[in-house]
Design a protein around this ligand. Structure first.
Ligand SMILES: [Zn+2]
Length: 171
């Protein structure tokens, strides 16, 4: 199932930025072709402050994207973490993001299908309500009082179905 996901540089970057934030990229790019790199070297080479480097590395660690070994530095007398980035794990992260998105889209689709042709929109775009909610409000927008207009949600349904297919096809 996961065989379809091919990790290109763009997919790796998009996934990491979406899941962890864009500040991980300098660290990832530096660690990519390396192994067991001291946190201080990471900070020095990426010119990112050491506390920030640690914060980013632990965020990656929480997603199983990086691991570390701690070793006592004989000269300095304290422990230093040596980090490795696990690029292959980006696939698991991407897959779990796909699953989460699918779940949300399917839930939305279910709601749209259950209320087919029965959504009501404010022409000022402040609200979109189902039939029951609209009846309670006597078809007036709860925000601005404008009369609500019935909306044909066929296109929304089609759009959601396409999105779902698209994600399922890439998994
Ligand atoms: Zn309104």
């Amino acid at each position: 199932m996961t065989k379809k996901i091919r990790l290109t540089n763009k997919i790796i970057e998009d996934t990491l930025v979406e899941a962890l934030g864009s500040d991980v990229m300098p660290i990832v790019n530096f660690l990519k072709s390396r192994k067991n790199i001291s946190e201080f070297i990471v900070a020095e080479k990426t010119k990112v402050e050491i506390h920030q480097v640690r914060n980013i590395l632990y965020r990656m660690h929480n997603q199983n994207l990086a691991s570390y070994k701690r070793k006592k530095d004989s000269k300095k007398g304290y422990y230093i973490s040596y980090w490795t980035f696990h690029q292959k794990k980006v696939k698991d992260l991407l897959l779990s993001m796909y699953k989460e998105k699918l779940g949300m889209l399917k839930q939305r689709l279910q709601k749209e299908e259950a209320n087919k042709g029965c959504f009501f929109l404010c022409t000022n775009a402040c609200s979109r309500l189902d039939f029951e909610q609209s009846t309670e409000l006597e078809f007036k927008c709860p925000e601005c009082g404008t009369l609500l207009q019935q909306q044909d949600n066929t296109r929304t349904i089609d759009h959601l179905r396409d999105k779902i297919k698209e994600i399922e096809a890439s998994m």
